[in-house]
Design a protein around this ligand. Structure first.
Ligand SMILES: Cc1cc2nc3c(=O)[nH]c(=O)nc-3n(C[C@H](O)[C@H](O)[C@H](O)COP(=O)(O)OP(=O)(O)OC[C@H]3O[C@@H](n4cnc5c(N)ncnc54)[C@H](O)[C@@H]3O)c2cc1C
Ligand code: FES
Length: 262
């Protein structure tokens, strides 16, 4: 795990309220695997005090660490103002990443909104198996360009809530169709997005006996397993009652989580 002041190579708006920040961080890049995250101190002032967690969105040229982020509050608004040459303290890589698919499995990546970030990194590493990428947005203006991450969108299907691009409806509707089309047990689903979407993905994959790993989010203070702030209830209370999203995850099998309490 590395913790250091890291130079920003670029910080570019790529969609509505959405930016890609590239850090010059070859040591983190060398250690990173898809699904892991970093904790970023977004400013030098006391406020915001806590670091903010972000999935590793990808890597470029063996040295650039890419973060895809949406502006939602104080910390991310500060990030949006940062410029090339500025520095931020970056701690990572943290957490457990996705498991690679077994040979013969067809990966289906299902993203909701900014939940696309860790799946872009996964798609970079799965490029040879040509994963099917399903991305859901509220509207066309939120669509994230794949070329920023060195990816092509040849196997990409889009759903929008307002019908402005692709399928008119939820990304889980696309997922349901493709799970049913896949030969039994041939698909493996990787998902990240808002909790209601993940609940639906869990229900779909568990009922169809499709293997599924998903990236969970929780508000995090330490990112290291020390504060217990990111606990989620497990579905197996006889063995382990709570998982820490930062340390035991953020990637979990869909079956491991108690979705009633999320
Ligand atoms: C493991 C992990 C990976 C993440 N990866 C990404 C990523 O790749 N890109 C990205 O844009 N965001 C990601 N997030 C969410 C990101 O950490 C928050 O958006 C960010 O911390 C908000 O900081 P802020 O200071 O702008 O907002 P704040 O001012 O802290 O919060 C503004 C509002 O957002 C809510 N909020 C804050 N954090 C979260 C959260 N984690 N989940 C849901 N609501 C939250 C707050 O409750 C508040 O209502 C990730 C979170 C986790 C735990
Ligand atoms: S964020 Fe502190 S224990 Fe997970």
């Amino acid at each position: 795990m590395i913790d250091r002041e890291t130079e920003i190579a670029f910080n570019t708006q790529v969609a509505a309220d959405t930016y890609v920040m590239g850090f010059k961080a070859p040591e983190i890049v060398a250690a990173a695997s898809p699904g892991q995250f970093v904790m970023i101190r977004v400013g030098s002032a006391l406020e915001p005090l806590l670091r903010r967690p972000f999935s590793i969105g990808g890597t470029l040229q063996g040295e650039l660490l890419l973060i895809l982020y949406k502006v939602i509050g104080k910390g991310t608004a500060l990030m949006a103002k940062a410029e090339k040459g500025d520095h931020m303290a970056v701690l990572g890589p943290l957490g457990r990443g996705f498991s690679q698919p077994r040979p013969g499995k067809r990966p289906i990546l299902a993203a909701g909104g900014i939940g696309i970030a860790p799946l872009l990194f996964l798609a970079q590493t799965l490029a040879v198996s040509k994963p099917l990428f399903l991305a859901g947005y509220r509207r066309e203006a939120e669509k994230v360009p794949f070329d920023t991450f060195g990816l092509t969108d040849e196997n990409l299907l889009i759903a929008t809530d307002d019908g402005s691009l692709g399928h008119h409806g939820f990304v889980t509707e696309l997922l349901e169709t493709h799970i049913h089309q896949a030969e039994k047990a041939s698909a493996i689903v990787y998902a990240c997005g808002p909790a209601p979407m993940l609940k639906k993905v869990a229900a779909l994959t568990i009922s169809s006996q499709t293997s599924c790993q998903m990236s969970l989010e929780a508000n995090m203070a330490c990112g290291l397993g020390a504060c217990q702030g990111c606990a989620v209830k497990s579905s197996t209370p006889d063995r382990i009652t709570y998982y820490l999203v930062c340390k035991d995850g953020p990637i979990f099998p869909a079956r491991a989580i108690d979705w009633e309490t999320l």
